[in-house]
Design a protein around this ligand. Structure first.
Ligand code: PLP
Length: 384
């Protein structure tokens, strides 16, 4: 296994805390302050002329993500977050029966479900498969896709349990019935190696705060290149126009390709900041990250089970992403105490404590948190 610990010194928080929540907020690279200074220096010295440097930076930053998932050049654009990326995709859809269904599952991240729920007002029939958010109901999900299905929406890795969804049967069935597939890859970008064209999905959305170590404000959208020019997003802005600096009246003439999804003024500081994490992830390599994660998640799972904790993450490596969700009595209190003692993790109701080591974490840190959890559990008064 390659020694990835050489990267530790690039992440200041690791010197101070046992930082194990990289599926929630990845550690900040030490080069972020300089990247933000690069952005502010341009603003300070060039004023409006800074746009000549800023604008090309948007597609350059998206280009790093394209490298990470082997997406063709120019197939991804930046946006603020998953909510905006998904809203832009949904704004391309017309809910005309009989093809007006969206198929999703109970384990999706709430932002996604809230948006889908709102689409009902426009005539969408939202079919929510399963009732247990801790389990992905593969067979039922695949069976629900038929000639009524307009869009299938699915997370690549479920945020509560880290279940890694097998997209192949979903994509195959969707193709068979002419439905579109959108994958929320927030929990897999930078943690699971994949080639987005091989996945065969039509859309991919995600953000940067987690495994990409890119901080908030930098979401992204991939659209299959042979589909993009047939889409007409209602959520469009002046940068979605073929000639944004023509300031022309409507109707909009869409920019060719992914640019039609740009919308309004790009969120420049966020992209300067995110670029630093993306570059590191590309250099480390997602395959190496995944290899180490399989080892450390196994270590965590075995250690948790040996202590009698409940593991709410699939035990088979091929069925899980890079975090482990561990439940035990009074888990939320245990999480609070862990943070007080310098072990940074989080808690999701109904699921448990999420532990998410990244390439810069040591095996000793994984062992230490389990020991600390055991100690805290012993110290807590009965009844919490
Ligand atoms: C799978 C998934 N989707 C979406 C989000 C967040 O969406 P947004 O970028 O709109 O905040 C998260 C977590 O923050 C997530 O885990």
């Amino acid at each position: 296994m390659p020694d990835l610990l050489a990267w530790r010194s690039r992440f200041p928080i690791l010197a101070k805390k046992t930082y194990l929540i990289n599926n929630s907020l990845g550690a900040m690279p030490d080069s972020v302050p300089a990247a933000l200074a690069e952005y502010t220096d341009l603003w300070a010295s060039e004023g409006v002329v800074a746009w000549d440097t800023w604008l090309p930076e948007v597609s350059a930053v998206a280009g790093i993500l394209e490298d990470i998932i082997a997406a063709p050049r120019g197939s991804m654009t930046m946006c603020q977050n998953v909510t905006n990326a998904l809203a832009a995709v949904l704004s391309c859809l017309e809910y005309e029966p009989p093809r007006n269904r969206i198929v999703c599952c109970a384990g999706e991240f709430p932002t996604v479900e809230y948006l889908l729920d709102g689409e009902r007002r426009l005539g969408a029939e939202v079919v929510r498969i399963g009732s247990d958010p801790l389990v992905f109901p593969t067979e039922q999900f695949v069976d629900a896709i038929d000639h009524h299905t307009l869009l299938v929406l699915v997370s690549h890795v479920l945020f509560r349990t880290a279940e890694l969804v097998d997209l192949a049967p979903i994509v195959e069935r969707a193709r068979q019935f002419g439905a579109l597939v959108l994958v929320d890859a927030y929990q897999s970008m930078g943690s699971i190696p994949f080639n987005v064209m091989d996945l065969g999905v039509d859309f991919l959305v995600g953000g940067s705060v987690k495994w990409l170590c890119g901080g908030p404000g930098a979401g992204y959208l991939f659209v299959r290149p042979d589909l993009v020019d047939r889409l007409e997003p209602r959520l469009a802005g002046w940068f979605s126009h073929a000639r944004p600096f023509g300031f022309e009246p409507p109707p909009i003439v869409y920019a060719p390709g992914i640019s039609r999804f740009t919308g309004g003024t790009p969120n420049m500081p966020a992209y300067y900041q995110a670029r630093e994490g993306y570059r590191i992830i590309r250099e480390v390599g997602v395959s190496a990250i995944r290899e180490k994660a399989i080892h450390q998640t196994q270590l965590l799972i075995e250690g948790a089970l040996a202590r009698g904790f409940t593991v709410n993450t699939p035990l088979e490596p091929a069925r899980r992403g890079n975090h482990v969700t561990v439940d035990l009595p009074h888990a939320e209190q245990v999480k609070d105490e862990l943070i007080r003692r310098g072990f940074v993790v989080d808690f999701r109701p109904g699921a448990g404590i999420r532990i998410a080591p990244h390439f810069y974490n040591t095996d000793d840190e994984c062992r230490a948190i389990l020991e600390e959890m055991e100690t805290i559990a012993r110290e807590l008064p009965a009844g919490g």
